[in-house]
Design a protein around this ligand. Structure first.
Ligand SMILES: [Zn+2]
Length: 284
């Protein structure tokens, strides 16, 4: 395992093309980033409870350990309230409209989280955490491409059973939401996600959350990089908000393990990348 202050990379098998990405599991906020937040301690604790994908790091670690061929993992060690590595750093990001671009300025309930008029502070956070994190993920994807010729990023998230005011997606709350990208998510990959989580309850695609993480370097350009987001509704596996895991976590880990195993050895026509597969046509 390699650890920096901002993230850890868990080494996988030499011949694994799978990367688990865990961006939202941590509640850690460095002191200088905390100083820029306008919430008192109690309000911040509540915001973290709502917004943290609690225990998704444990889910990813245990699924990795249980899989036939160990995938690689990149885990964010900082809270998404420091920077959100999944958001575009510029006007491409729709969530900027609700104060939730790469650097959040609003809470999940629309309160002011930090100054929305301090470009220097935002740039500083991006320089310190966002760009190094993106580079680490880019390097990891490139290394896997060089080693195995293709990569599948599985983006591991969870979401609250009660809709939060900041949300812009649909109102249905499935047990599992699978997020796809029109260029990076082939049918075989979405099918693998559906199959792996079939026993876990209802499944929806791109609602209430859409899309999946691909590094900017490869985004929309590198067809050998495929990706799928998995969003588990939190009441399936934990006490909300921000509480302990429940026994339900075992089934979630088993489903994610099935998905890792399935995409480590995908259908024959998917082995060479995209030319022989159709895209889903769903825009994320
Ligand atoms: Zn998340």
């Amino acid at each position: 395992m390699r650890t920096t202050a901002g993230h850890r990379i868990v080494l996988g098998a030499d011949d694994s093309p799978v990367i688990l990405h865990v961006p939202h599991a941590s509640q850690v906020i460095p002191a200088d980033a905390r100083a820029g937040l306008l919430l008192g301690d109690e309000a911040l604790a509540m915001e973290l409870a709502h917004m943290t994908d609690a225990h998704t790091d444990v889910i990813a670690d245990r699924a990795a350990a249980a899989s036939d061929r160990t995938p690689w993992s990149l885990v964010n060690l900082l809270s998404r309230l420091v920077i959100d590595p999944e958001r575009f750093p510029d006007d491409r990001e729709d969530m900027r409209a609700v104060g939730m671009g790469a650097v959040y300025t609003r809470t999940s309930h629309g309160q002011l989280l930090r100054s929305d008029d301090d470009a220097a502070a935002e740039d500083d956070l991006l320089a310190r955490w966002y760009w190094p994190y993106g580079q680490a993920m880019t390097d990891l994807v490139d290394a896997r491409l060089a080693a195995t010729g293709r990569v599948t990023v599985i983006d591991v998230h969870s979401y609250p059973s009660q809709r939060l005011p900041y949300e812009v997606g649909g109102k249905v709350r499935p047990a599992v939401c699978l997020g796809t990208h029109s260029f990076h998510t082939a049918d075989w990959l979405l099918d693998a996600g559906r199959e792996a989580f079939a026993s876990g309850g209802s499944i929806a695609v791109n609602t209430p959350f859409a899309g999946c993480y691909v590094p900017l370097k490869h985004h929309g350009k590198e067809p050998r990089v495929s990706a799928l987001m998995v969003e588990i509704r939190r009441d399936i596996y934990m006490v909300e908000p921000g509480g302990q895991p429940t026994n339900g976590i075992a089934a979630v880990i088993a489903s994610l393990t099935r998905l890792i195993d399935a995409v480590t050895a995908p259908p024959v026509n998917a082995q060479s990348g995209t030319p022989s597969v159709r895209f889903t046509g769903r825009d994320a």
